[in-house]
Design a protein around this ligand. Structure first.
Ligand code: F6P
Length: 328
């Protein structure tokens, strides 16, 4: 056990995701379990820079495992992108007696954590929290499972009305760079087409597919579009294009937006977050730093943050094929 760590700080940063509270709870309670102190840092790196801290005990995190969002709040912090901002953050951590930090967030948050360590030596472990599931070094990020279930529930409802009116719906879901939310929720909700940033099918191919759908006897259709998809400029342009070129279709658009980031986490995300919190704190106590906790084949693993942020997770070709087969 690393005797020099007596107080651990915890913060959430970047886009929130359901299950972040379960991760905070786990970090706080594991810290207490090992007889250490815990400092909660509000508003991510912004709060670290401003010293927006509170001492937490095991009781501070009662009844939050089921809550969406993050009780610590989150922020995207411009100041922390500059070395000067990070120096202030480090000084604040030092003044508060924080010996190590657990950062819960996505790619950008982990990049910031790594810089803080490299420049000032504060030991850091990252926990991947984002609905996008786009981080290398883990099969799942916290919030992804809840988000895809939220999307599936929404599409099920859209399908009811689509089918009553024989309509085609373009449903836009989150995913700026990676289409995992679109692909998984699309397969889960039985979408006819799934448009993702990794694959530009082209507008012609979309029209062909919709023509085939009609010819095969389908009266309504759902096309799931990741926000980062390049097939059209956006879902509204896709609607216009299809209406112009295939007037047989009555088209509507539904942009699900930030509702995908909210809601009570699924059991999967709560368990994942609890496991990741324990692993993060215990890794710090084993003297490890600059790693991100992950899960691979249901085993907890550590990946150097440098590697975790070196790229984006890849789309599963097998799942694309399943989707193609299912939508004949
Ligand atoms: O990174 C998570 C994410 O939800 C993306 O899928 C989405 O593009 C982005 O955040 C939206 O960010 P903001 O909340 O800043 O609008």
């Amino acid at each position: 056990m690393n005797q020099s760590i007596k107080r651990i700080g915890v913060l959430t940063s970047g886009g929130d995701s359901p299950g972040m509270n379960a991760a905070i709870r786990s970090v706080v309670r594991t810290t207490m379990f090992h007889g250490l102190e815990c400092t909660a840092i509000y508003r991510g790196y912004q709060g670290l820079i401003e010293g927006d801290f509170e001492d937490f005990t095991a009781r501070s995190v009662n009844n939050i495992i089921n809550k969406g969002g993050t009780i610590l709040k989150s922020a995207r912090c411009e100041q922390f992108r500059e070395k000067e901002g990070r120096a202030t953050a480090f000084q604040q951590a030092k003044n508060a007696g924080i010996d190590a930090l657990v950062v819960i967030g996505g790619n950008g948050s982990l990049t910031g954590a790594l810089k803080l360590n490299q420049e000032f030596g504060l030991p850091i472990i990252g926990i991947p929290g984002t609905i996008d599931n786009d981080i290398l070094g883990t099969d799942y990020t916290i919030g992804f499972d809840t988000a895809i279930n939220t999307v599936v529930e929404a599409i099920d409802k859209i399908r009811d009305t689509a089918s009553s009116h024989n309509r085609l719906f373009f449903v836009e879901v989150m995913g700026r760079d990676v289409g995992l939310v679109a692909l998984n929720s699309g397969v889960g909700a039985g979408a006819e087409e799934i448009l993702i940033p990794e694959q530009n099918l082209g507008l012609e191919r979309l029209l062909d597919s919709l023509k085939r759908s009609k010819a095969s006897g389908k009266s309504s259709s759902i096309v799931v579009v990741a926000e980062g998809d390049k097939t059209g400029k956006n879902v509204f342009e896709l609607k216009e294009y299809v209406e112009t070129h295939l007037p047989i279709y009555d088209v509507r658009v539904s942009v699900l937006g930030h509702m995908q980031r909210g809601g009570s986490p699924t059991c999967f995300d709560r368990v994942l977050a609890s496991r990741m919190g324990v692993k993060a704190v215990e890794s710090l106590l084993e003297g490890k730093s600059n790693f991100m906790v992950g899960v691979e084949s249901n085993k907890m693993i550590l990946t150097p943050i440098e590697k975790a942020i070196s790229g984006l997770s890849e789309i599963d070709e097998e799942l694309i094929r399943v989707s193609d087969i299912m939508s004949i």
